[in-house]
Design a protein around this ligand. Sequence first.
Ligand code: BES
Ligand code: MN
Ligand code: ZN
Length: 482
Amino acid sequence: MVISIKDLGEKDCVCDVIILPVTEGGTGQYAGLGRGVAEAIKKGFSRKFSGKKSEICPVPTPAGFRSEWILLAGLGKKGDLTSESLRQAGGKTASYLRANGIKKAALSTALISSLRISPSAFVEGALLGLYSYEKYRAEKSNSRVGEILILSKPSRDLRRDLNWSRIAASAVSFARDLVNTPSNDMTPTHLAKAAGSLRSAKLSVKVLGRREAVRLGMGTYLAVARGSNEPPKFIVLEYSGGKGAPKVLVGKSITFDSGGISLKPSDGMEKMKYDMAGGAAVLGVLKAVSEASLPVNLVGILPATENLPGGSATKPGDVVRAMTGLTVEITNTDAEGRLVLADGIGYAKRFKPAAIVDIATLTGACSIALGNEAIAMMGNDRGLLDRLKRCGEAVNERVWEMPLFEEYREYIKSDIADIKNTGGRTGSLVSSAYFLKEFAGDTPWVHLDIAGTAWLDKERPYIPKGASGVGVRLLLELVRGN
Ligand code: BES
Ligand code: MN
Ligand code: ZN
C-alpha cells in the first residue's frame, strides 16, 4: 500500500473515499468544509453511526466533491482520545476499504491535527490491520487497498512519523509471518535463515550449531534439543549503530513445543508452533532498528530448537549444567523455555550489556492470570521495569508487573542440584521468572511473558486472528529510548 502526503483540500482530492475521523457526538466537527459536509455527517448520525470507537459509516459526498463517498470513522469520546484511538480507527477503516474493494482513500487531518495527534497512528493501524497470512492458500484475497493519501501540508515531522509507522508495521508483519508459519516449515534452520536475511553493514548474524553450543557449555539449551532430529540453531544478531554497552534481547525460540517426555495433552497442541513468538519479536525489532538506522547498540539472541520426546530426549530427573555454571535438575521437560533462556541469558552476559530483556511464551499460568490483555513482567531493576511499563502504555502493548519475592527461591530448590526447573503448581508464573533471575545475576534484567498475548483466537481492530506480533512495538519503544 502506498502512503502519500498531499497538500489538497478534501473537496479537490480525486479518490474513492474521503475518511473523516469523528468523535462521539461530533456532528459539527467538519463545519469548516461547508454546509454540504455538515449535512452529510448529520445523515450518518441519523443512521446507526454515533462516533463510537470502531464504527464506520459511508455517506455520499455533497456536490462539488471529486470523490463519491465520505467515510465516517468513529474515534470514541473526545476526552479519551489517544493515538491508540486513531490506530484502532485506522485498522477498522482499512478492513472496511479492503472488504469493499476500495482502492484509493484520503484521510482528512483537519480534526486530528487540531487535537495534536499525528495521523501516522492511523496509518500504523491501517498497515497492521491489513495484514493477512495466506501462504498456504490457493485462493488469495485479491482486493488490495492501493493508496492512502494524507491530506496535509508536508512537513519533516509528518514524513518522519509516517516512515517510522511503515518500518514498525513491516517489522510486526515480519514477526507475525514467522509465528504463523507451521513448525514443519518454521524449523530452527529456517528461523536462522530468516535472521540471516536481515544481515547488513551494521547488522551481523551468527548461527551456532550443536557442536559450538557443546563447546560453550550450554547444557540447559542442549538438554531441550536432545529429543529432536532438527538441528538446533543458537542465533545471535549484533547491531552496531551507536556508542556504549548494548541492550540484549533474548527471545524464546521453541519452534514446536510438544512438552518432550513430559508430553502435553494433544488437545490444542497444534498451537505450540507459536512457542517461538519471543524470538520472532526480537527479529522484528532488529529488522526495524536496522532499517531505521537507529543510533544504538543492540544484540538479539534466539536459542532455537524443537522440544520433542525422541529416543535420546532428556528425561525428568536428569541434571545438566548451564553455561553460567549452575546445575539444574529437570523435573519437567515441558518447562523447556526457561532452560533455553538460561543459556540465552548466560550468553548475553558476554556482551557486558547495559540491560537484558527476555521475551517468551513461557507459562500457561500467564494467560490464566492476565488473559489476552497484558504481558506479565518481572525483573530485578526498578528503572527498567518502570520504563517498560511506560513503553507498553505508549504503544498499547500493556505490561503488568508481578512480584519476585525472595521466598520464591524455595519453590525451585532441588534436592540434588543447585536449582530445579519447576516450582510446583502454584505460582508457576512467578517461579519461572525467579528461575531466570538466577541466571541474570547482577545485570539489569526484565522478563516478559507473552503466553497470553502472542496468539489471539479473536481479531482486534488492527490485529487479525493468529499471531499478534506482540513485543515488537513495545521493545522498539524501549530501544528508541522512550
Ligand atoms: N510453551 C509453554 C507455555 C504456554 C502454554 C504458552 C500455553 C502458550 C500457551 C511452556 O513451555 C510450558 O509448557 N509451560 C508449562 C510449565 C510447567 C510444566 C511448569 C506450563 O505453563 O504449563
Ligand atoms: Mn513447554
Ligand atoms: Zn514452551
